[in-house]
Design a protein around this ligand. Structure first.
Ligand code: DAT
Ligand code: MG
Length: 150
């Protein structure tokens, strides 16, 4: 089963959009298997965004993700990395289609509300930064047969 990391970034928390963002993921049928409100440290931010080190926006990105609490989620399901990315939209909210989280709720690339891992490999690496295996819950939903044809 695939898993991915989702973060409601500090702008989403500050704007009172935690529920709105989680609702959109839930309504799509995605299954949350881990969740917590937390403050990201500089060290965690540097590790999480390690691939962007050296880019001109890196300092701003680390400053932003550490600027206030975030909500971290682990989401599980077949092809869940891609499903989350299409629900999130493009990196720049200005380029994101209406109906996506970034396209409906944001306007600026530096305030794009949500993170979703970009590959199974990134997801594995990022999930291990934010969650221990013991924090992820194994359960099934009675609605699963209404969401996924077995
Ligand atoms: P995504 O979050 O869509 O996976 P990414 O991994 O390329 O995008 O970049 C991580 C974050 O860095 C992104 O959510 C917003 C910020 N970012 C990316 N490109 C940027 C740019 N050209 N200017 C400013 N911020 C940028
Ligand atoms: Mg990315």
């Amino acid at each position: 089963m695939d898993r991915t990391l989702v973060l409601v970034k500090p702008d989403g928390v500050q704007r009172g959009l935690i529920g709105e963002i989680i609702s959109r993921l839930e309504r799509r049928g995605l299954k949350i298997v881990g969740m917590k409100l937390m403050q990201v440290s500089g060290e965690l931010a540097n590790r999480h965004y390690g691939e962007h080190e050296g880019k001109p926006f890196f300092a701003g990105l680390v400053g932003f993700i550490t600027s206030g609490p975030i909500v971290a989620m682990a989401i599980e399901g077949n092809n869940v990395v891609g499903l989350v990315r299409t629900t999130v939209g493009e990196t720049n909210p200005a380029d994101s289609a209406p109906g996506t989280i970034r396209g409906d709720l944001g306007v600026d690339i530096g305030r794009n509300l949500i993170h979703g891992s970009d590959s199974d490999e990134s997801a594995k690496r990022e999930l291990s930064l934010f969650f221990t295996e013991g924090e992820l819950v194994d359960y099934s939903r009675d609605t699963d047969p209404w969401i996924i044809e077995a």
